[in-house]
Design a protein around this ligand. Structure first.
Ligand code: FE
Ligand code: FE
Ligand code: ZN
Length: 279
């Protein structure tokens, strides 16, 4: 069965997100661990968290794919920005530990003209200080479109981050592949999905691929832009998504829609569409 869901608002709490997911036939979802533009997270209500865990158990949910804020930059050239990022990431990991066994995805960062190599070593250093043996959360590095100075624009950069993580902490670090981002960064998942996945396997290892962000792209191939489009309405197109959701190498992974929709029913329709091709 296809595990699929979308990004949901945390404004009404944890249980409410589970109910929203059920209402659109989703069996996973994403949410921001705090306001996407940064800022403080509110204390999680433990009873509310428990209620979500029960709902997920009862309805056989796949793992959740929480998202750290976009503004969190572990490799900023401004020390106050990178230290705030480390502090808030530590808190977000603690929040996720309340929901054991799920994923916390993040954008590796922007090196801000310090160069990718410096960016990668700052990210590695931060992760080596943040992760701990026995943690119940797996953090996911997201594949990026290569806009501006984004780190993570290539499989090589992501592999370099993983390789820098201390051996005993590496099991807690995986990858989330964003279809819009990889297409924008120049991986042709439309005409050569098998080739891209083989390349991923060779450079990173498919066993480290834990989740998919499933988005069409408003821009042409290799545009390095990162503008998401509704499924089938962009330059990736429905036929490619049919191959993606049915690809044996991706079977069983949670698929998260981050498409521009006005309300839940829009994602409900995309879920219905993608479930129909998978059956
Ligand atoms: Fe993202
Ligand atoms: Fe994404
Ligand atoms: Zn994006």
């Amino acid at each position: 069965m296809l595990h699929i869901g979308c990004h949901l608002s945390t404004s009404s709490g944890f249980l409410h997100m589970g109910e929203d997911a059920l209402s659109i036939n989703a069996d996973t979802f994403a949410f921001f661990t705090r306001n996407p533009r940064g800022g403080r997270s509110k204390e999680a209500d433990l009873q509310d968290v428990r209620a979500l865990i029960d709902l997920m158990d009862n309805h056989h949910f796949a793992k959740l794919v929480a998202h750290a804020p976009y503004t969190m930059n572990l490799c900023s050239n401004k020390p106050e920005t990178s230290s705030f990022a480390i502090e808030s990431f530590a808190k977000d990991i603690q929040t996720m530990e309340l929901l054991p066994g799920n994923y916390l995805n993040f954008h590796p960062g922007c090196h801000m003209n310090q160069g990718a190599e410096t960016g990668i070593s700052m990210i590695v250093e931060a992760l080596n200080s943040l992760l701990f043996e026995g943690m119940q959360t797996t953090i996911l590095l997201e594949t990026m479109a290569g806009k501006g100075t984004e780190v993570g624009r290539s499989f090589e950069e992501l592999a370099a981050i993983r390789a820098g993580i201390r051996q005993e902490l590496q099991p807690y670090v995986g990858i989330c592949l964003d279809t819009c981002h990889v297409f924008d960064s120049g991986y042709d998942i439309v005409n050569n999905l098998d080739g891209v996945l083989e390349e991923f396997d060779r450079i990173i290892g498919l066993e480290h691929l834990h989740a998919i962000h499933i988005n069409d792209s408003k821009n042409p191939f290799a545009s390095h832009k990162d503008r998401h489009e509704k499924i089938g309405k962009g330059s990736i197109g429905l036929a490619a998504f049919e191959r993606i959701v049915t690809h044996p190498a991706l079977r069983g992974l949670p698929f998260i829609l981050e498409t521009p929709q006005d309300d839940l029913s829009g994602w409900g329709k995309e879920i219905e569409l993608l479930r129909s091709v998978e059956n």
